[in-house]
Design a binder for this molecule. Structure first.
Ligand code: GDP
Ligand code: IMO
Ligand code: MG
Length: 424
């Protein structure tokens, strides 16, 4: 079963980076297919912590080919900083490849991200302000710049001049912002393009060839199912497809190449940014989980909102991703906090019970979680190295998750390190 997809099944930050790093020990190729540096994936190895935003989490293995597909949006400055940072720590990036079709985040995208959030007043999305939405907007509008353009100076100068001048009109006359220096940007970005040129290669071809050669290929999801632009909590979502289906369009491979789809969840729920969150805890329990789980954003440092595990979301994720298994992280965070709650359905004010995640925010706003209570567990479980070593109450909690989600749990995380992942 060589081609595996790993996707987030909540609102991101489920610990995908850790799972990819672990599975990458057996992979030949790791591929990112959507999102950009709004992602922050943490990998811990021998006490060293790596926070990756664009580079696939397989990069710590010197022989693993790390690919960035056409569906990813690339901030050239950020990826170069990431490459330089890794090289400075002794990590070789010679095995990195970026698809020429991937779109480039330009300074005007970042500027417009901030300006449009400000313009939304109290109803902002709470984006990472990395220019993600505006870059995908240009891609859909067919005026974006791609990695091919960036790495061909004459093409780039001409296209960027046109795009930059148009964006300056938008920035100044619509948003009331300050015009950017387009010529200076072209000069700066041309230099980035020259440095990035050696990494550009057709990721669709490389991925297809690896799949057909029966190599182990891992697709690394970014963000999470509820942040998907179609199946998430629209409009409080990102602008790409973090679902398993996004892997196909974002890499350029067909769905028949994929054998396994693993959904990564936390043993509870977190969210950064705005938007609905039915099981959110606004009390001391929420603070306790946030502090015990160190729930602060990898990319922006914002405190993450915390709440109980929500099986309504998980069943939605099982369906829309076609999950074959789950990895449940951060079980260790829940020890010594008393009785645990799992949301199994939503109840509306009129008494209607919803088993499936509703499409509208208005309907969701009327929903209260229906909880099933499960006995809590005590003691430090972070030293457990096999599922059998876990206290019975932990095993019962996982069994309940499997029952209410309708999906087998294949891995359980009891800490951030490679060794703290219990495979079943
Ligand atoms: P990602 O965006 O899905 O890759 O997740 P992040 O890296 O943004 O956030 C997950 C955080 O949880 C990171 O700090 C990880 O090191 C940490 N982590 C992952 N799995 C576990 C676990 O099982 N237990 C604990 N305590 N921490 C974990
Ligand atoms: P990883 O891969 C958590 C959230 C932002 C905001 C919304 C839109 O680390 O799980 P954007 O900048 O994408 O336009 O912001 O999406 N968001 C994430 N939340 N983890 C992420 O990535 C996220 N990427 C985007 O907080 O609510
Ligand atoms: Mg993250």
């Amino acid at each position: 079963m060589p081609a595996k997809v790993v996707v987030g099944v909540q609102w991101g930050d489920e610990g995908k980076g850790k799972i990819i790093d672990i599975l990458a020990s057996r992979a030949d190729v790791v591929v990112r297919s959507q999102g950009g540096n709004n992602a922050g994936h943490t990998v811990e190895n021998n006490g060293e912590v790596y926070k990756l935003h664009l580079i696939p989490s397989g990069i710590l293995y010197p022989d693993t080919l790390c690919l960035i597909g056409c569906g990813v949006v690339i901030d050239p400055k950020v990826i170069l900083e990431e490459i330089d940072g890794l090289i400075a720590r002794g990590i070789d990036c010679e095995n990195l490849r970026i698809d020429p079709r991937a779109h480039v985040i330009m300074p005007w995208h970042i500027e417009i991200d901030g300006l449009s959030e400000a313009l939304r007043g109290g109803s902002e999305i709470g984006t990472t302000r990395r220019g993600i939405g505006p870059c995908y907007m240009d891609k859909a509008e067919r005026s974006g710049l791609r990695m091919y353009d960036l790495t061909h100076p004459e093409v780039f100068a001409q296209k960027a001049k046109l795009a930059g001048e148009l964006k300056n009109k938008l920035i100044t006359s619509y948003y009331g912002g300050k015009a950017l220096d387009v010529d200076q940007i072209i000069q700066e970005y041309t230099a980035y393009g020259q440095r990035l040129q050696k990494y550009v290669a057709d990721v669709s071809v490389l991925t297809f060839e690896a799949c057909r050669a029966n190599k182990n290929v891992l697709f690394e999801g970014a963000q999470g199912t509820l942040l998907d632009i179609d199946m998430g909590t629209y409009p409080f979502v990102t602008s790409s497809h973090p679902l398993s289906a996004g892997v196909c369009t974002g890499t350029g491979v067909g769905p028949t190449e994929i054998n396994e789809i693993i959904g990564v969840a936390k043993a509870y729920t977190t969210r950064v940014g705005k938007g609905p969150f039915p099981t959110e805890l606004h009390d001391e329990m929420g603070d306790l989980i946030r502090n015990r789980g160190h729930e602060f954003g990898t990319t922006t440092g914002r405190p993450r909102r915390t709440g109980w595990f929500d099986a309504v979301i998980l069943r939605h994720a099982v369906r829309v991703n076609g999950l074959t298994g789950l990895a449940v992280n951060k079980l260790d965070t829940l020890s010594d906090i008393g009785t645990l709650k799992i949301c199994v359905a939503y109840k509306k004010a009129d008494g209607t019970v919803l088993k499936d995640y509703p499409a509208s925010l208005e309907e969701l706003a009327q929903c209260e979680p229906v909880y099933e209570e499960v006995e809590g567990f005590t003691g430090d479980i972070s030293a457990c190295r096999s599922f059998d070593e876990l206290p019975q109450a932990c095993k019962d909690y996982i069994a309940t998750l499997e029952r209410v989600c309708g999906c087998p749990v294949q891995m359980v995380g009891v800490g951030p390190a490679r060794s703290q992942n219990l495979e079943r």
